[in-house]
Design a protein around this ligand. Structure first.
Ligand SMILES: Nc1ncnc2c1ncn2[C@@H]1O[C@H](COP(=O)(O)OP(=O)(O)O)[C@@H](O)[C@H]1O
Ligand SMILES: [Mg+2]
Length: 317
């Protein structure tokens, strides 16, 4: 169903019936203002047979309208109150937690970038184990069929008795490998994420990884669709996290950039993650078991690097 607001911002610029506008957006897979805001003006221009300039205006208006919905005016006093409610979730990597003022702040999405084997999943499991130890719950969405329960127990130092008596019901795994299924799962109206999260009330929601399901969307002409789907997933996750004082931890692959003079790494990940994540970290190889974790982007902290080691108990540093 195409939202009314989508039709509204469009009909300001062209003379078409509402039905016609709806129909065209349906063929583009654009349903919400967020979808329209994340779409390419060229795509809109082509579908409606309008100039790119007009299409740009439509997308710009959609962005304005879309942000209205989430950004209610707040006074500085209210903002400070919200800040005070935030928790930090320690990772157990001492040097890292120290630099982060105790750990990863809630009400945010944290992006973990790295090449395969760097330790992104280890990092996610380590955060999950800490949260379980604190008596809270974790929802872990594994898109790579790579999750190992034994490894989680090992990192957390849990035994079978802990599973039976303490943590067994507080960790829920969801294996979803396809992009469409993942997007559907996070759908704010019909997705199972919303009801599942309400029931479990997870302090941390992990998506490991966001890039893998979208591998078939790597072609240029599929990128707008990919951005829209990922934006929907992450916006739904962020909404849950801000409302419930929780942390969204999202991993993503990067691959070595063949152009050695440019950026060292090339994102396989949708750029949408970059925009929605509050904190962005990279994990890189520095040896067989040595790694460097770096804070790449944060609204309130300078960049830093910490050296860590991958051990049987997870990342230590
Ligand atoms: N029990 C363990 N003890 C030490 N290192 C481990 C253990 N299990 C896995 N690793 C290391 O973790 C790395 C894989 O990390 P992982 O988090 O799966 O990478 P990715 O970034 O692809 O998610 C491998 O280098 C592997 O050697
Ligand atoms: Mg992994």
């Amino acid at each position: 169903m195409v939202e009314e607001d989508v039709v509204k911002v469009t009909s300001r610029y062209l003379r078409r019936s509402e039905d016609q506008i709806e129909e065209i957006y349906e063929t583009l897979g654009i349903e919400t203002l967020n979808d329209l805001a994340a779409s390419q003006p060229s795509e809109i221009a082509e579908a409606f047979g309008i100039s790119e300039k007009t299409a740009k205006n439509i997308v710009r208006d959609a962005r304005k309208e879309a942000s209205k919905g989430i950004a209610e005016p707040k006074t500085l006093a209210e903002l400070m109150e919200e800040e005070a409610e935030r928790d930090v979730i320690p990772t157990g990597i001492d040097s890292f937690d120290e630099q982060m003022g105790g750990g990863l702040p809630t009400k945010t999405i944290v992006g973990i970038y790295g090449p395969p084997g760097a330790g992104k999943s280890q990092f996610a499991m380590q955060v999950a184990a800490r949260v379980l130890k604190e008596g809270e719950s974790v929802l872990y969405i594994d898109t790579e069929n790579a999750f190992s329960p034994q490894r989680l127990l090992e990192i957390g130092g849990f035994d079978e008795d802990d599973v039976k008596k303490k943590i067994g019901d507080r960790f829920v795994l969801r294996q979803i490998v396809e992009a469409a299924a993942l997007t559907q799962y996070f759908d704010e109206e019909e997705g199972e994420f919303v009801s599942e999260a309400l029931e479990l009330s997870p302090k941390v929601v992990v998506i490991d990884s966001i890039s893998q399901p979208f591998r078939p969307y790597g072609a240029r002409d599929k990128l707008p669709e990919r951005s829209r789907m990922v934006a929907r997933i992450l916006n739904s996750l962020l909404k849950y996290c801000t409302r419930n004082n929780a942390l969204g931890l999202v991993t993503t692959h990067v691959q070595a950039n063949p152009d050695a003079f440019g950026k060292r790494w090339q994102d396989v990940a949708p750029t949408v993650l970059k925009h929605i994540a509050t904190y962005r970290f990279s994990i890189e190889f520095k040896g067989r078991t040595e790694r460097v974790i770096a804070l790449e982007d944060a609204p309130d902290k300078p960049p830093f690097e910490v050296k860590v080691k991958l051990t049987d108990r997870g990342l230590v540093g």
